[in-house]
Design a protein around this ligand. Structure first.
Ligand code: ZN
Length: 167
């Protein structure tokens, strides 16, 4: 059985017991957006105690404020009423284990191709500094209102605890 077949089975059971239809999507109940990594060890709704309808969750490799994350956050703040944004990176992130140039060179070598995108992978070496950099990216964007509260955190995958990173 493939992984997709396995999760489709789970969805059948989920839908059988589902009784939360009709929830409003926007604004979210907490007017909160979270930008975080795609890592499978971060169970966002559990580690933040989120219920259905509570927050926008925006995920990518590393929890990086890329152009597309900015796009989502502008919509979240300007259209959907979000007032607070959390940026969450985590210990043992895969983005700490390679360098952009090395991976790009390896892939060019192996495939013989140099595609237009992605232009970069956003690998990093300093976890705290990476969180600060994402906060700066967000803070400096002219379409993210000054009134939006932005805070950054590191999640420890061994303890389950969030540690705040000073701006
Ligand atoms: Zn990660």
């Amino acid at each position: 059985m493939s992984a997709i077949d396995k999760v489709l089975d789970s969805n059948q059971r989920y839908a059988d017991g589902f009784n939360q239809g009709g929830l409003p999507g926007n604004p979210t109940r907490l007017r909160l957006a979270v930008v975080t990594c795609m890592d499978s060890r971060l169970h966002l709704s559990k580690l933040l105690g989120l219920e259905l309808g509570d927050a926008h969750i925006i995920r990518n490799a590393g929890g990086i404020v890329t152009e597309d994350v900015l796009r989502s956050l502008v919509v979240s703040c300007q259209i959907a009423g979000t007032q607070e944004v959390m940026i969450i990176n985590h210990t043992e992130c895969a983005m700490l284990t390679f360098k952009d140039e090395e991976l790009a060179a390896k892939l060019r070598r192996e495939t013989g191709e140099a595609p237009v995108t992605p232009t970069r992978f956003y690998a990093f070496t300093d976890l705290e500094e990476n969180v600060r950099q994402q906060m700066r990216e967000l803070r400096s964007h002219p379409w993210i209102p000054e009134s939006i509260l932005v805070r950054g955190f590191i999640y420890n995958v061994d303890t389950g605890r969030l540690l705040e990173v000073s701006a």
